[in-house]
Design a protein around this ligand. Structure first.
Ligand code: HEM
Length: 260
């Protein structure tokens, strides 16, 4: 017997949905006018939004583990990419906005009733919505504070480490960082599993169960790398946040290192 939470929610099959290997229907043409938007929503979660999250946590922010100068060099590299504003606009901000707004619409239209369908697939289904919501609140705040207020890090990348530190040294903000990290990592990791099921990339119960383990491992890798970066911000003394001071001190540090 098939139960459909709503026309826009994933089709779930009650009889076979124990465990996470079932319960995700493929996206099919003819499911209404929202078919193209559903496909775009699904795809945008992987590329470019997921690809960006991967780069942001595992590459860019991991350089903080090496130290303030390495971090400043990475920020400077990103800030000097050609047409960086348009890259951010079309490669990050608009896709995230689309994925988030359409995601809220799917959430609003869907049925996340965990009492009626008390198996893990449905808990995952509900968690996918809540983690998306928490990630959204975090991303809006994080983009506003890091990109649009305070020291302009594209103009003064040497102030980057200190600017992040000024936030993560405040316990409530640090906890918000941790919550945003865990929510976004879970959402992306389980999202890869959902995507693979919906697009028919991984099929069959056994293969899906195994792939779920891979996705869970990926969640721990993302979260672990993010926590390691946050720890390195918190474990070093506060670096300068003033553009002039930071630039001078960082340049001196680089010169000293090069002079050795
Ligand atoms: C950190 C940024 C985000 C990333 C990397 C991301 C990634 C993904 C991925 C890969 C999927 C699976 C695609 C699929 O269902 O086929 C997905 C699904 C979903 N996302 Fe996101 N997402 C992000 C933010 C958000 C936000 C802010 C929301 C707003 C609530 C959201 C709502 C949803 C929903 C509702 C689904 C499930 C769709 C379904 O079950 O059919 N996502 N996301």
């Amino acid at each position: 017997m098939a139960s459909v939470a709503s026309s826009s929610a994933p089709v779930v099959t009650k009889g076979v949905a124990k465990g996470a290997g079932h319960g995700v229907a493929p996206l099919r043409a003819g499911q209404g006018t929202s078919f193209l938007l559903r496909r775009l929503h699904s795809l945008s979660g992987i590329v470019p939004v997921g690809a960006f999250l991967f780069e942001h946590i595992l590459i860019s922010n991991s350089t903080a583990i090496t130290g303030p100068d390495a971090y400043a060099r990475q920020v400077s590299f990103l800030a000097n990419l050609p047409l960086v504003f348009f890259l951010e606009l079309f490669g990050i901000w608009l896709p995230i906005l689309f994925h988030a707004l359409y995601g809220f619409y799917i959430w609003y239209r869907g049925d996340g009733n965990t009492i009626e369908y008390p198996w893990s697939g449905n808990w995952m289904y509900t968690a996918q919505r809540w983690t998306g919501g928490i990630a959204f609140a975090y991303i809006v705040w994080h983009t506003w504070t890091m990109r649009f207020t305070g020291v302009d890090l594209h103009a003064y990348p040497n102030a980057s480490f200190g600017k992040v530190q000024a936030e993560v040294f405040q316990t409530p903000l640090f906890l918000f960082y941790v919550a945003g990290l865990i929510a976004a990592s879970w959402h992306f990791a389980y999202g890869i599993w959902l995507f693979s099921a919906k697009w028919g990339i991984v099929s069959g119960e056994k293969a899906r169960k195994r792939f779920l383990v891979v996705c869970l491992a990926f969640f721990f890798v993302l979260t672990g790398a993010g926590l390691a970066s946050l720890t390195s911000f918190r474990s070093r003394p506060q670096q300068p946040t003033e553009p002039g001071t930071a630039a001078t001190q960082s340049t001196q540090a680089t010169t000293n290192t090069e002079g050795r």
